[in-house]
Design a protein around this ligand. Sequence first.
Ligand code: SF4
Length: 303
Amino acid sequence: MRYRKLSDYLKEKYGERVQRIVIHGGFTCPNRDGRKGWGGCIYCDATGSGFTTEASLLIREQVLKMKERYEKKGIRKFIAYFQAFSNTYDSPENLKKKYEEALVDDSIVQLSVSTRPDLVPEKVLDVLEEFKDRVDVSVELGLQTANYRTLRLINRGHTLAEFVDAAVRVKRRGFELVVHVILNLPWDDALDVIETAKLLSALSVDGVKIHSLYVVEGTELARMYRSGEIRICSLEEYVDRVVTFLEYLSPNVVIHRLVADPPREGTIFGNWGKSKLELVNTIEKELERRNTYQGKKFDYLNR
Ligand code: SF4
């Protein structure tokens, strides 16, 4: 393979296929409710970035329901994945209760929590640490770009330094660290993509989720897109950016995804009208055509 795929990594680590169970933990986001900011990141819709699972079900019910569905397909190991909004935005007591509820039995081999860099204080990491003896713990942080000016323009509500601080503290605890990036933000260019790959490699992150920017109804980004204030790069340029990003990224980093998964409803622009599979194939073909691979240009750190 020309890049380190998540499915291969999970098979290596757990000896068989592992399925992620997506959970809605009933969290909100401080970048939407006024604690950090109002309205959220300019691309985020009211569901917390395209989330669809039944939020009305209790956490335990959500896990059991999905587990049963996957078990019929012969899958026996699962990751409890708290995805929507900011999954550390609660008191330590409530967090502990919610995470505990998701660990329904021994088939759950990993607890995975997606959150913002400004929501991982030591007391939250202490809660996660309590689960480390029973399951692997993974923390996902949204960064999106190393360009701190773009972070401001997309209304992230945190800076680059705050991300670095969070990443270092998550790693220090021995948790797996996965970072989300968007490689075609309209304000970024190829240099920003390279710098983002270098930053994540320097921080020894364990995994990366690469997203393609999409536009959904009801967001500030939708307004900008319709008014012509922003331009989304071509598919060719996106593919070029992903390939470049992979070339500069450490070969140790696991690639969780290469493109975003726009919601079925309300998407104004998403993945250039292509399916996720088509896009992934296009990127893989381009890696082959250039005879290149993840880490080809990973020679810039003093190690
Ligand atoms: S941090 Fe996440 S949930 Fe909050 S506004 Fe941004 S994308 Fe949405």
